[in-house]
Design a protein. Structure first.
Length: 135
């Protein structure tokens, strides 16, 4: 074995292991591609006003983003508290919402509310539905 100066050993160690950095928030919200499609099986609530599904098992929101299905810790385009205050319906499936979304959009339109409930969805709520599904 040959002697290595202390600074060189530290440089070699950093070079071999890499540097730990905080995750880039912009990378977490990057536009998805076919390689980043993620949907997770579970029990879902559906928010028709935003076409967003909430997985009650893993606390992830599943939705179409740029035509691709993604699951994330927060919905895109609407604050979580606004989404959770809007009308929702519990789904009866456990597989990917992508497999059921066309039916759910027809059954529960953008302005759907439970029978007998007052309309809570603001008239300015954006329609986040995408007509292009790349799944």
């Amino acid at each position: 074995m040959f002697p290595v100066p202390c600074g060189a050993a530290a440089l070699l160690l950093v070079g071999l292991t890499g540097c730990a950095t905080a995750p880039d928030p912009a990378a977490a919200m990057a536009t998805p591609t076919a390689d980043t499609i993620i949907t997770i099986d579970g029990d879902y609530d559906y928010f028709p006003g935003y076409n967003v599904y909430y997985n009650r098992d893993n606390h992830q929101y599943t939705f179409l983003e740029s035509g691709y299905w993604v699951s994330r810790p927060a919905p895109y385009g609407v604050a979580t508290n606004v989404l959770r205050a809007s009308p929702s319906v519990r789904m009866g499936f456990r597989d990917s919402p992508a497999n059921h979304n066309a039916e759910m959009v027809q059954k529960y339109p953008h302005n759907w509310v439970p029978p007998g409930a007052p309309r809570q969805l603001p008239s300015t709520a954006p329609d986040l539905r995408s007509t292009t599904d790349h799944s």
